[in-house]
Design a binder for this molecule. Structure first.
Ligand SMILES: [Zn+2]
Length: 365
């Protein structure tokens, strides 16, 4: 697409979305002002792609015709791109650091966009190595835009610290991350047999639902052993997905899941990263989520089409002892799970009940 075509596309989009996507407009304005560190928290579909199109209006070099953006992959060449989009797990690889340094030396780089930036908060990654690589990005002195659909306010400082950013220098643009279409619930499954029965009934329920002919189930486990156990038991027809598999094997599982060749995938947290499958009907946690961020991020995969989906925690599996997850499951903060989640994810303390357009949680039904 040439610059002119991009610009008219952008203007069309902007008019369509102006009323509902204020955060995207604010982010574009920050990009155009040249703010060096920008974080946007917006729900899926809130105009994220517009942030890339913003490039045609102005760049530090003011040269519209040479501007190119590219998603960075280790093996693909993105030479000639002045705006680089990267997922966090790639951004913290030494190869990306080297790539950025070279682009910087050649003065070819205008902006780095890190999508799904909440992954930087994941303590399961090798923190020391990750911080080393993020440090390299910070010395690249390039405009950086971080995007995420979920960033609980109590984790903002942790994110800034990991990026080596000073809070007062960051432009933070935050929208409501409520996902009205999700039905939140927690069920009991203490004992192996009880948990098996719960899982089986959930999977059976989705395959019988005539309103959701393509409905899919993502079963989330706390570790690989749990995944393999479900796979071996053969109680539900499913494919397995975890970080220990090869890239090719994981890509194949995803493709089958996406195309409907398989309706259920049993996965670890690695599944939550960078995957957008709109027709996931159920997300089932057979172990406790590691954090409310993990819970929200994984259960919020569906959302583009707005049809209802369910997020279910089956209690009694592996425990990770996150106090906020405990409060959520116990209903300690609020009986309504929406109120509890909103407090945690959006610091929305004023909410007293679910809203008319929201699916009720198990405690409100
Ligand atoms: Zn409720």
């Amino acid at each position: 697409m040439d610059a002119q075509a991009e610009l008219s596309w952008m203007m069309r989009k902007e008019m369509t979305f102006r009323s509902v996507q204020g955060q995207a407009i604010q982010a574009i304005q920050a990009i155009q002002r040249g703010d060096s560190q920008i974080v946007t928290v917006m729900p899926t579909g809130a105009g994220k792609s517009m942030l890339f199109v913003a490039r045609v209006l102005r760049t530090p070099r003011g040269d519209h015709h040479r501007i190119r953006w590219a998603a960075w992959e280790e093996r693909a060449s993105v030479d000639g791109a002045s705006i680089v989009l990267v997922l966090p797990e790639k951004a913290v690889s030494p190869k990306f650091g080297t790539f950025i340094k070279r682009l910087k030396r050649l003065q070819l780089l205008d902006r780095i966009v890190i999508d799904e930036c909440h992954v930087i908060l994941n303590d399961e990654l090798d923190i020391r190595k990750m911080l080393q690589e993020l440090g390299k990005l910070s010395i690249a002195e390039t405009q950086m835009v971080l995007l995420t659909t979920t960033l609980p306010p109590h984790l903002e400082n942790k994110l800034f610290e990991r990026m080596f950013w000073q809070r007062e220098e960051v432009t933070l643009i935050r929208g409501s991350t409520v996902r009205p279409n999700i039905v939140h619930s927690v069920v009991d499954g203490r004992g192996v047999e009880a948990r098996k029965a719960q899982l089986e009934s959930i999977v059976t329920e989705t395959s019988r639902d005539p309103t959701q002919p393509e409905g899919k189930v993502a079963v989330m486990c706390g570790n690989v052993a749990g995944i393999e156990q479900i796979g071996r038991a053969g109680q539900v027809p499913c494919k397995l997905y975890h970080a220990g598999m090869s890239d090719a094997a994981r890509a194949e599982v995803l493709e089958q899941f996406r195309s409907g060749g398989t309706r259920a995938v049993v996965a670890t947290g690695a599944f939550g990263i960078g995957i957008d499958i709109p027709d996931i009907q159920f997300v089932v946690f057979v172990d406790e989520p590691r954090s409310t961020l993990d819970y929200a991020q994984t259960s919020g995969r569906r959302g583009r089409d707005g049809s209802p989906s369910r997020a279910i925690i089956i209690r009694g599996g592996l425990q990770f002892h996150d106090p906020l997850v405990q409060h959520y499951m116990d209903g300690q903060v609020a009986q309504c799970r929406r109120i509890a989640i909103d407090r945690d994810l959006d610091r929305n303390l004023g909410r007293v009940q679910q809203l008319a357009d929201e699916q009720p949680c198990d405690n409100c039904q």
